[in-house]
Design a binder for this molecule. Structure first.
Ligand code: MN
Length: 130
């Protein structure tokens, strides 16, 4: 069965880029454009991995991540935090909120699928990320 990935992104162009990059690798994609929708979809669909834009309208990606981490069916789901404004301390904030990995924008269309594949493998092997 194809692995299910939830992409949370409010910018249509970024969404399209991520969608095309991952669809080509055979993943099944779910898409949400704000935090509320992301939480709802995560709970219903229980994706294998979540790609989380941090700058979102309404609830930001950090708060969405914190919320998911407290919600048992998805509390262990791997999350990649993505942000355009990588400032000093951002990576720490993103990891502290509960993300397992971090990517900066613009999304690198080679790096993203590599990271996704590695995290899904890690998840299946039930090993901590190294
Ligand atoms: Mn955004």
């Amino acid at each position: 069965m194809n692995e299910k990935i939830l992409v949370v992104e409010d910018n249509p162009l970024n969404m399209r880029l991520i969608e095309m990059t991952l669809r080509r690798r055979g993943y099944m994609l779910l898409m949400a454009s704000d935090g509320q929708e992301a939480i709802k979809m995560a709970l219903i669909e229980r994706p294998d991995l979540i790609i989380m834009d941090i700058q979102l309208p309404g609830i930001n990606g950090l708060d969405v991540t914190r919320k998911l981490r407290k919600t048992p069916p998805v509390s262990d789901t791997p999350i990649i935090g993505v942000t355009a404004y990588a400032m000093k301390g951002d990576r720490e904030k993103i990891i502290e909120a509960g993300c397992d990995a971090y990517l900066s924008k613009p999304v690198d269309t080679r790096q993203l699928p590599e990271l996704v594949a590695r995290m899904l493998l890690t998840k299946h092997n039930n090993n901590p990320l190294s």
